[in-house]
Design a protein around this ligand. Sequence first.
Ligand code: ATP
Ligand code: ZN
Length: 219
Amino acid sequence: MTDRRLRIAVQKSGRLADRSGELISGAGLRILKGANELLYRIENQPIDLLRVRDDDIPTFVADGVAELGIVGYNVLAEHFPDRDLEEMIVQRLGFGSCTLKVAVPNDVDYTGPQWLEGKRIATSYPNILGKWLKDNGVTAEIVEMRGAVEVAPRMKIAHAICDLVSTGATLEANGMKATDLVLKSEAVLIKAPHAPPSELAHTYDMLLRRFDGVTASTG
Ligand code: ATP
Ligand code: ZN
């Protein structure tokens, strides 16, 4: 006997938390909310949920701390700008959709990426933006901000921003408009580079089949 359990890293709270929980429940896993907020047990399978900030999920999974993880493609791409992400991605999950876009103040006559030449751009995604600028032959200064990126132009910290957009309401409220699309994102299921311990291989395979089934049925 062993008490080794599989771990799935999920966002503890935030935009992906509810849908991640639904996917897990949909796969027939009964979540036991314990006193330990970091680790929830699955009652009916040798599986635990590692509940963390989404930013920690790529590293935990890449290091094998968790065998699987559910995270936004945007967060994964920012974390591992030089990796082949397809090797890590098991499947796309069809929720948490959003786009990373360039946005500028409403009064700017944006003519395309070249407008950004020599300008300052605020973002929480310096790696993704840096690549996109390079691909577009633009040299600009990236100002890294952890949050409240949308206020940067008004505060004269930057000329433009690169931020996640879903409805555009936040941009509008800050007197800005979205322009170029930098990255399309949705939640993805990712896996550790090494196979799970052999005694858990059966559980692991079952889990992947069920996740696939749930995603296929919910579109
Ligand atoms: P954490 O506390 O876990 O670090 P967070 O504040 O970084 O959370 P959330 O705002 O909960 O993150 O967003 C998590 C993910 O949800 C994003 O990385 C993105 O993949 C996805 N997402 C979907 N729609 C949006 C949106 N409109 N704005 C931001 N993220 C979105
Ligand atoms: Zn985060």
